[in-house]
Design a protein around this ligand. Sequence first.
Ligand SMILES: Nc1ncnc2c1ncn2[C@@H]1O[C@H](COP(=O)(O)OP(=O)(O)OP(=O)(O)O)[C@@H](O)[C@H]1O
Ligand SMILES: [Mg+2]
Length: 277
Amino acid sequence: MAAGLLKPAPSVDPVPATGDQRIEVRGLGKTFAEAVVAVDGVSFSIAKGEFVALLGPSGCGKSTILNMVAGLIPKSSGEILIDRTPFAYGTVNPKVGYVFQRDTVFPWRTVEANIGYGLEIAGVPKAERKARVADAIRQISLDGFETRFPRMLSGGMRQRVALMRTLLMQPEILLMDEPFGALDTHTKLEMHRILLELWERERQTVLFVTHDLGEALTLADRIILLSARPGRIKEDFEVPFARPRDAVALRETPEFGRLFSHIWHSLGEEFRRTRAD
Ligand SMILES: Nc1ncnc2c1ncn2[C@@H]1O[C@H](COP(=O)(O)OP(=O)(O)OP(=O)(O)O)[C@@H](O)[C@H]1O
Ligand SMILES: [Mg+2]
């Protein structure tokens, strides 16, 4: 059974005092206007090179947590540390890259101009930029599409451009908010393959928000399951599948099925709670 693969729910303080932690969140809370408590007392930590999925039903506060960790919105309570340093709202951390839920490519820029955008802003000389962009385009199999505009691409292609534009900035910490949520099943699997290949090479520290359990199991080392709103940590599961992973073959293994069923049960309780609200 999946027992033995699981870590106990973090009932006390799950943040270790030492270790190679890149992201530490302690007692994080967010109350919006009109007293909407979106997030309440969330604590977790992510070690260097770890890929963590934040899983929970719609409206449970996943994006809110990610946006606070990214410094895009202020927190109401608690602490966020990046590399053991408290992180203030509104500051830009060059080590952190963010991939949004909707594809956020610039419609007026070609594929190569989109991918090279960050390098351009960073003042990387044109010749170097061109070489790095060409290499990046090969890695996401968009050769031949360099001078196309986003409207001429499929949703999956646009999302590959958005992903690579962020990765090309070489972020050490990658925050992703359901980046493949709008894609069909097959395109999503292709994106998983591409992301796994890129990540297994660089091993960035990743916090990946999703409500798709299959996606979380395919990609992550750990799954933090949130309760229905207000988001609190319900359980913290270890995903012990060997790497490198094959996004398609992995789903056919009995271990995948077992862990899926186990977490599904817990997730299902939260879906029901959301519905009952
Ligand atoms: N700017 C805001 N003002 C008021 N309430 C907000 C704001 N942003 C989010 N909320 C509320 O906070 C709660 C959590 O929202 P959040 O977007 O973090 O959920 P989520 O888990 O990312 O959902 P989804 O899976 O649908 O993206 C929701 O009840 C939402 O209505
Ligand atoms: Mg969201």
